[in-house]
Design a protein around this ligand. Structure first.
Ligand SMILES: [Zn+2]
Length: 129
């Protein structure tokens, strides 16, 4: 997953940290934990209610993130979405495609290096090989 290197000075982050709620630091922590959790789980920014304990969040901190536009409610009352996830992260599908392309490129490079230009065995190996 990618973390914006300027996250500490984002308008929305600064607005959240100006909130009088004593939960604001837990909220911003859980925002960052949620980025990691969603990246690890491959949910493309979706945070189900059941994930809150794993990202040290509560419905109170979730409300704060929604208030400052960092999360949106998913519309069915079962969780949230990290706002602009798709813009900030490569979608999981693209990442997997890139990984597959990279491994194909790696096999091709090794084949050409060790077997020569004429071999072409890299085309026949499965992705998992
Ligand atoms: Zn080869």
């Amino acid at each position: 997953m990618r973390l914006d290197s300027s996250i500490a000075s984002h308008d929305k982050v600064l607005a959240l940290l100006s909130d009088p709620s004593p939960k604001r630091w837990q909220a911003i922590s859980s925002y960052i934990f949620a980025l990691g959790w969603s990246g690890q789980q491959g949910t493309d920014g979706r945070i189900p209610m059941s994930a809150l304990p794993f990202i040290h969040a509560t419905t109170t901190t979730a409300r704060l993130l929604v208030k400052y536009g960092l999360w949106t409610e998913n519309g069915t009352g079962t969780g949230w979405n990290i706002k602009n996830w798709a813009e900030r992260q490569q979608s999981v599908a693209i990442t997997e495609e890139a990984r597959a392309r990279l491994s194909t490129a790696g096999r091709k490079a090794n084949c050409v290096r060790w077997h020569g230009e004429e071999c072409g065995c890299w085309k026949n190996e499965s992705e998992s090989a």
